[in-house]
Design a protein around this ligand. Sequence first.
Ligand code: GRE
Ligand code: ZN
Length: 339
Amino acid sequence: MTKRIDIENHFASEVWADALRKNAGYPRLTDDPQFTYRMEPVPGSWLPYKLLDRLLDLDEGRIALLDDAGIDVAVLSLAAPGTEPFEPSLGTKIARQTNDALAAAIDRHPDRYLGYATLAPKDADGACKELERCVKELGFRGWNTHSNFGDSFLDEKRYWPVLAKAEELGVPVYLHPTWPIIKEFGTYGSALSGPTFGFGAETALVAMRMLTAGVFDAFPKLQVVLGHYAEGLPFMLDRVDRPYLQGHVRPDPAVYPTLKRLPSAYLRENLLASTSGNYSPQAFECTRAALGAGRMVIGSDYPFEDMAVCTKFLDAQAMSDTERQQLYTGTATAIGMGL
Ligand code: GRE
Ligand code: ZN
């Protein structure tokens, strides 16, 4: 049986949950009699948050669900909105303690868990040092970050040192969605801004902002994983190239920044797609056909989705034995996420 590595599996640390509970601003967790908690990430949006117990469980409950789903290894990441939106010194403190708590959980279950670093990139220098500590001392395999940092996006130059450090250390960056800060997503509350639309739409935008800003020309070896079938981008491979292919476009660098490769080349070579939270055979097939199973990894999105539903769905999709091996184990191992 091919081993399965799940590279989008979320947890929470006590220190992070406490900081969310204590925060009078945003993001915060408040008590809610109906839903245990409400997560209020940004003004005007909130979600029921019954899942905190599952996020906090890094032992028996989670291992039993991994076993049921046939997942051999879970690469654990802190849930959205992470530590990025906090004021930098508080974010740095929560990130460090969260990384230490995750390292302790991996030590308890070394044959089942791997980890992503949590960072506070607004202190870019400190974030570089913490990423280095996480990779070299704690054995973590990547950086899990979010589609916005409360007030800014990852394509901004002030964050490039952290991307440079990830490339230098040879670890991928998981660009995970969070509640959009673009205010037009917020008009209809979480119905529009939440996980099913606004999350992915903003994340796809940030991936395109990074590409267009020249991030992958500066860091050609950098690998960025996107969830939810790369947030729809496999569907856009030809579309994003049109202006660069059509002769009538006269590239004015202010209008079409000069890139070394076609946009689709970065999507194929620098981005990977995980399978989280979308059980559409057509979405699966588009991604497989556009990017290839060599650029796909399993993402269950536990506990926001069900691990066993994910693996059952994937087991039912048609692909060759080679492709299945790549999707389940090979691609993850190739980006450093194998045991
Ligand atoms: C997710 O990963 O899908 C997620 C979070 C936090 C809140 C809601 C949600 O990480 O769907
Ligand atoms: Zn997720």
